[in-house]
Design a protein around this ligand. Structure first.
Ligand SMILES: [Zn+2]
Length: 219
């Protein structure tokens, strides 16, 4: 704790933290209008980018990122200002489209594996050779036993694979409202045809649950 620091008091944090905070905000603003950070964020997420910003800004002041996080955790105004900027980075169109593309590739892989287990039909080489021997053996056992065959799921998986093969840009787009299906849903349900809200409508379930939100859970 820095002498004289009055976290949470009406005066707010001491001037040096306010200066750090302003620099953090302007650095995040500058990132939002650049693109160099996007490939990293698409693979490892936004947290390491944020951490690097904090190190760059705090270091010259002899302060640590952990202490800064501590300060803004206790000051809701400062925290909101940072969260707003992190959310803006998360929603950057370049990042969203890169994440979507990566998700498409991953979903295609998952769907081929699932298709094999559901139908017994060998997946394409690029999928099969990406698996280690143990995974291949487990999948072969499941596919040959036929225990996992699900007549409801199989056509949905086939339909998603078909979409990926013929018009990949349609994959991940809600068939009913046309909105993009959020990535968090596609990760869990790669064969999803609709966004969660439209799926509930199709199933006649009242729309009581809010759509899952993308949340920055850094602090
Ligand atoms: Zn929809």
């Amino acid at each position: 704790m820095i002498p004289g620091m009055t976290i949470g008091s009406p005066e707010g944090p001491p001037p040096q933290w306010q200066e750090v905070h302003r620099t953090v905000l302007s650095t995040l603003d500058a990132l939002a209008s650049s693109t160099g950070w996007i490939p990293t964020a698409a693979t490892v997420g936004i947290e390491p980018i944020f951490e690097r910003v904090l190190q760059q800004v705090c270091g010259p002041h002899g302060l640590t990122p952990a202490a800064y996080i501590d300060v803004i955790t206790k000051d809701s105004g400062m925290r909101r200002e940072v969260q707003k900027r992190l959310a803006r980075l998360m929603e950057h169109p370049g990042l969203v489209s890169m994440r979507r593309e990566a998700q498409r590739r991953e979903a295609e892989h998952q769907l081929h594996v699932l298709h094999y287990v559901l139908s017994g039909r060998q997946p394409p080489d690029w999928v099969w050779t990406s698996l280690d021997e143990e995974q291949q053996n487990q999948l072969r056992d499941a596919a040959e036993s036929g225990d996992e065959r699900d007549p409801v799921l199989l056509p949905r998986v086939q339909r998603a694979l078909q979409k990926l093969a013929t018009d990949a840009s349609k994959y991940g787009q809600c068939e009913d409202c046309g909105d993009p299906i959020i990535l968090e849903r596609l990760q869990i349900v790669p064969w999803a045809e609709c966004c969660a809200a439209c799926q509930r409508k199709r199933e006649g379930v009242p729309d009581v649950q809010p759509e899952p939100q993308v949340v920055v859970t850094y602090f």
